[in-house]
Design a protein around this ligand. Sequence first.
Ligand code: SF4
Ligand code: SF4
Length: 184
Amino acid sequence: MGWRESLGDDRRIVPGRSCGDCTACCVWLRIDELDKPPGVPCRNLAPGGGCGIHPDRPEVCRRFFCHWMTDPELGDDWRPDRAGFLIAADRGRMRLNVVPDPDRPDAWEAAPWRDTLRGWAMEGFFEGLLVIVSVGGQARAVLPDREEPLGTLTKGSRVSTTMEMDAGGAPRFGVRVEPPEAED
Ligand code: SF4
Ligand code: SF4
């Protein structure tokens, strides 16, 4: 399974796939347009699940589908409410934001999830793929061989991968964070 297969139209849903009982994105994500903090159910979430204002939901909700919804390589165990984390792809799918269930913040570290995320980080490393896990406002980059703490990322923080060779000629994967570019 990989991330390349879902390059392209972010709104391409895998045929036959639906959210089912999952409401993860309506609870776990921060949604500025709805003034919704992370980890709190959206006020429009219906008691039995589903959006209570579906026909009139904001554009940000219409456009959002988690990575599981759009990557045919990911099986049903990747559905966010089952896996314990969701993946929101942005920047043309060159950045995978891993958002854990607040009640299971370490779920992604279990097998096979972490190894798969590290595998994607390796597969896409030289193309600049970023895999970033955020828990409680603290970000970590998933690199091919480890995780690297990034602290708090502010809007516009520029994150990029780096690689150096150590004295023995072995690659040392890294990540660099730069502050947002100042506006004129
Ligand atoms: S996290 Fe994905 S599967 Fe779950 S409700 Fe949102 S879009 Fe649907
Ligand atoms: S408005 Fe509807 S789709 Fe959007 S977060 Fe709230 S419940 Fe979910």
